[in-house]
Structure formats: C-alpha cells, structure tokens
Design a binder for this molecule. Structure first.
Ligand code: PGA
Length: 261
C-alpha cells in the first residue's frame, strides 16, 4: 500500500537561528496518523531541524545533493556529508533545472548516489506552461522520467522508496494550482511511463505527489484523487497554520485509505 507523504520544501528560506523553532512548531501542529511528514530545509539548517524534530515522527530531507561523493566541486554538498542529517532528498526540482541547468541525465546520476547512500529520493517532474498549452505535458514528463530512470534497476529504486512529485512549473509559487483531475491524470501517466520502462508491478506502488501552490484550502482536491499520494509543499510549508491544515486533511485520507494505525 502506498504511503501518504506531505513534504515541506522550504527552498532558500529560514536560517540556522530560526529553523529549529519553526520545525518544532510544525512538528507539534501536524501530528497526523498515517501521514509521512518530511521537512526539507536549506543545507545549513539541516542540523537545527534534525534536533528540533528528533523523536517527533517528522523526517528530514535535503533539497538537492551532488552526483559525486567528494572532490573539487566548490560549494557543493555530497551524499556522505548528509549522513546523520537527512534521510530524504529532493532531486530535479524545476528551480534546479531552471537556475542550475540540471539535466535529466545529471538528475539520474544524483539518483544513483542518493539511493546508494540510503537517501530516499523525491524526483520532481513537470511541464512548463507552453508545453501544457500545446497539450504536450504527458510527453514532457515521460521524457523527464525516461531521462532520469532509464537503464536503472526499478526494483532497487522501488526498494529505496522512490517518490515522484508532479510539479507543473506554471503552478509553482504562482498561486495558480493545477486541478485535482490534472494531477490524477498525470499520476496515471507517470505510472504508465514507469511500466513502459520495465517497472511492471512496481509502477503501481510508487507514490506520486502533487506540488504547485498547494494550500490548506486546495489540498482536499488533490487527496480526493486515489492516484495522488500527498503533496510537495513550498510557500505554505513555512506557515504553521497552513501546513497544519494540509496534514490534518492528509490524515483523513490516510484513515480513509486504511493507513492510519
Ligand atoms: P509552492 O512550491 O508550493 O510554493 O508552489 C512547490 C514546490 O516548488 O515544491
């Protein structure tokens, strides 16, 4: 059975001085049986967030990681450096694709490193507005999945707990969210793409999240779709009231799907 995951992507917000307090507040206000909660702060805030949520059922993730283990890569952070700090990692976020020039091929190499190092990856995919307006969103997302996953062992990725986040670029940080039906259609298309890559039955087991202007108000629309397993939340994840509302709704879904213990 697929888990319900609510992952907070804090992006380039918070400092080591304030991240722990925010994470602690979120941990106490989002208790949600059956919901896997993950906070992904900036690298420099990982230790503060780890300490603040220790023993409180909230997991910690990085927002990116380098594809090499060590070496002359000024400013970068590798998988071994995250040991003891994070157990999840976001890969291929559209902001990294756009501002750091990340390609599907590079994202695939990061995926290998993350999985080998025991990190649970959230692989982000999604089309830009012109691609959706041209009706090419399934083709674009399919190509992103192929580019990052082709030739890799589906069983190993499934065993590593790979999560796919569908984040239409036009919905990220814009206040213009996709419709629940759009997310559901893409979740089906993603699993079809995985099946075509040889995932077979594992394709049905991969959690697919929606991301892009998720709020406590619109989360219901996404979680009402049986193929959607949670959300990757940016802006709203910095607001305790918002993320508490999102997790409360997710707990209802977890109960309805028989996940709450
Ligand atoms: P947003 O960001 O919720 O602020 O739109 C989502 C994301 O980029 O993961």
């Amino acid at each position: 059975m697929r888990p319900i995951v609510i992952a907070a992507n804090w992006k380039m917000n918070t400092t080591p001085a304030d991240a722990g307090e925010l994470a602690g507040t979120i941990a106490s206000r989002t208790q949600a049986p059956g919901v896997t909660r993950v906070i992904c702060p900036p690298f420099v805030c990982l230790a503060a967030v780890r300490d603040a949520v220790a023993g409180r059922g909230v997991e910690v993730g990085a927002q990116d990681v380098h594809h090499e283990l060590a070496g002359a890569y000024t400013g970068e952070v590798s998988v071994p450096m995250l040991a003891g700090l994070a157990t999840w990692v976001i890969l291929g976020h559209s902001e990294r694709r756009a501002y750091a020039g990340e390609t599907d091929e590079l994202i695939g190499r990061k995926l290998d490193r993350a999985v080998a190092g025991g990190l649970r990856p959230i692989l982000c995919v999604g089309e830009v507005l012109a691609e959706r307006e041209a009706g090419r969103e399934v083709e674009v997302v399919g190509a992103q999945l192929r580019g990052a996953l082709d030739g890799r062992d589906p069983q190993a990725l499934a065993a590593a707990g790979l999560v796919i986040a569908y984040e239409p670029v036009w919905a990220i940080g814009t206040g213009r969210n996709a419709r629940g039906a759009d997310a559901a259609a893409m979740a089906t298309a993603i699993r079809t793409s995985l099946a075509a890559l040889g995932w077979e039955s594992a394709a049905a087991e991969v959690p697919v999240l929606y991301g892009g202007s998720v709020t406590s108000t619109n989360i219901e629309e996404f979680l009402a779709e049986p193929g959607v397993d949670g959300a990757l939340v940016g802006g709203a994840s910095l607001k305790p009231d918002e993320i508490a509302g999102i997790c409360a709704r997710a707990a209802l879904t977890a109960a309805a799907r028989g996940l709450a213990s």
